[in-house]
Design a protein around this ligand. Structure first.
Ligand code: NAG
Ligand code: NAG
Ligand code: NAG
Ligand code: NAG
Ligand code: NAG
Length: 358
């Protein structure tokens, strides 16, 4: 978002030097040093010697009396998890109260002009015209029209051209190239205006295409490296109608192409199966003819030469030269199946084993 030069950052960081470094190395869990209460460097999160469920009350850690989060850190709401200790989280505060950073107890909201904790806009009383002033963009510009600016509750009610106040905060952020400082600039201008850094006067934010030097100068909060306001990175992208048309055609075209392909593939398979069945039928028919002819040959040979050896062979249907002659003849006639010893195998096969593939 907003990046400023290191020298500027140093200047902005100075007012934040009041924030003490966190030091949670305290071994005695019941005592704490109130001087260690403060915001941690870099993250600016509130920190003290006490653990997550206690706060430092004049050197002694006491149980917290209120919470800000729905599921606060350090409290186990489930049964039998972790060390098994079940601590009920403290209450959340009502609309006219707030829970301070340390979590001591719910405190009435602070009127305008009174001191507040860092970044606790929600601890300030709202103005009468809060509906007009409050930020509904979700960017956290103010809460209910009020803002904690430079540790003082103020209303975000300054109009264009009037004097305003700025609070620039540097946070330590981590990127692919290592640590960098991320600067958040806040002011008490009305929503839609920004506080100019040099003149400290509220100025109308620029729309997309306007020239800028910082994100806050653009209504989209996105100042491009070319120093022109770009569209907001969170804006949904809209595609022209032809993109939807092409995707639709692609989907339906793919479906229809698949159907056509399957139709032809299955057609070919059906053709193959029919050919196989036809061939099987021809073979069976040829065998039937052969067997009929064998019967006739056998009968003829029985009548012509009673008591000869060919009788036994004909009855069993195998391997004498006599019995093979009609089969070979028929094979040559039809031309659709193999001859010789192969025929004998085919004769011996049962129709079931031959036909179970069909
Ligand atoms: C943390 O506390 C210990 C003992 O109280 C002290 O010696 C040390 O200097 C403290 N560290 C910081 C960073 O304040
Ligand atoms: C925090 O410290 C208190 C005593 O000071 C102790 O009873 C409690 O279990 C501690 N909580 C955690 C989460 O360590
Ligand atoms: C906003 O501020 C007004 C005026 O102080 C107050 O009546 C109202 O409850 C506040 N609303 C919220 C959500 O804090
Ligand atoms: C903004 O609010 C403060 C505090 O109520 C008031 O003194 C000041 O006149 C208001 N400014 C504008 C421009 O409304
Ligand atoms: C602030 O003033 C300096 C010099 O006085 C100038 O270079 C810079 O562009 C100004 N910044 C803005 C935001 O006007």
């Amino acid at each position: 978002m907003l990046f400023l030069s290191p020298t500027l950052l140093f200047l902005f960081a100075l007012p934040l030097s009041v924030l003490s470094v966190s030091n949670s190395t305290n071994t005695d869990t019941n005592t704490c040093n109130p001087a260690h209460n403060g915001l941690a460097t870099g993250t600016l999160q509130y920190n003290s010697d006490c653990n997550a469920t206690t706060w430092c009350d004049n050197g002694i850690c006491r149980s917290k009396g209120c919470r800000r989060d729905e599921f606060p850190l350090g409290y186990s709401t489930g049964e039998g998890r972790g060390n098994g200790k079940h601590i009920n989280p403290p209450e959340k505060c009502s609309v006219d109260k707030f829970c301070p950073d340390e979590g001591s107890q719910c405190v009435p909201k602070t009127p305008v002009g009174q001191p507040c904790q860092f970044d606790r806009d929600d601890s300030c009383l709202g103005p009468d015209n809060f509906k007009e002033l409050k930020d509904t963009s979700g960017r956290g510009l103010n809460v209910n029209g009020s803002i904690c600016l430079n540790f003082v509750c103020q209303f975000a009610n300054i109009t264009a051209g009037s004097k305003c106040e700025i609070e620039n905060t540097g946070y330590i952020a981590y990127g692919p190239s290592g640590e960098f400082v991320y600067v958040v600039s806040r002011d008490n201008c009305r929503v839609g205006l920004y506080c100019d850094t040099n003149s400290t006067i509220c100025i109308q934010q620029k729309s997309v295409g306007g020239s800028c030097s910082a994100d806050k100068e653009c209504s989209s909060y996105n100042c491009l490296p070319t120093r022109v306001c770009g569209t907001s990175p969170s804006d949904p992208r809209h595609f022209p109608v032809w993109v939807y048309a092409i995707i639709g055609i692609g989907i339906f075209g793919g479906m229809i192409a698949t159907l056509v392909l399957l139709f032809f593939v299955h057609g070919r398979q059906r053709e193959d199966e029919r050919e196989k069945r036809l061939q099987y039928w021809r073979e069976q028919n040829a065998f039937r003819q052969n067997i009929l002819q064998m019967h006739e040959t056998a009968r003829a040979s029985i009548f012509s030469a009673p008591g000869s050896t060919s009788r036994r062979s004909a009855l069993f249907g195998v391997t004498t030269e006599d019995s093979q002659i009609p089969m070979l003849q028929h094979a040559e006639d039809s031309g659709s199946y193999e001859v010789g010893s192969e025929n004998e195998q085919l004769v011996m096969r049962t129709p079931y084993t031959h036909g179970n593939k069909i």
